[in-house]
Design a protein around this ligand. Sequence first.
Ligand code: HEC
Length: 131
Amino acid sequence: MKKIALTLFAAMISLSFASSPSYAGDAGAGMKYAKKKCAMCHDMGSKIKKKGKIGPSLAGGIVDKKAGQVAGFKYSKGMKEAAEGGLVWSEENLDKFLKKPKKFIKKTKMSFAGVKKSGDRADLIAFLKEI
Ligand code: HEC
């Protein structure tokens, strides 16, 4: 009986890994990436000096927050519609947005081609969780 329970438990663990994407990134590497590719447009919090103003401030964190909520920032129509539709920046949604912003939100004004490598996106998301 004990053995069966253990086998079941192991199966459940491997299933849960298989079904939900894993974003176990390296926040330090994510910070370096953000310095190079995001900070010219975004305030990324106190760990990065450069604070771009073209995009909304991400300081104070964005993971698991509602989209389009930075007061005073003029979001695109596309981002406003997504926000009204209830978009939340879960890790999964961030991963999709950062991969190809214009594919995830057609009319976004974030002029950024995307982060191609899933590993780079995972690192970025790990960093975004710490700001
Ligand atoms: C060329 C400037 C630019 C670059 C580079 C850029 N962004 Fe943006 N970003 C924007 C703009 C502008 C918006 C607002 C989009 C809209 O209103 O459609 C935005 C929106 C966002 C949002 C949604 C914020 C919210 O309030 O809902 C996130 C998250 C985000 N960017 C993350 C990133 C990350 C991470 C990077 C680096 C990989 C990055 N951006 C690179 C300009 C940029």
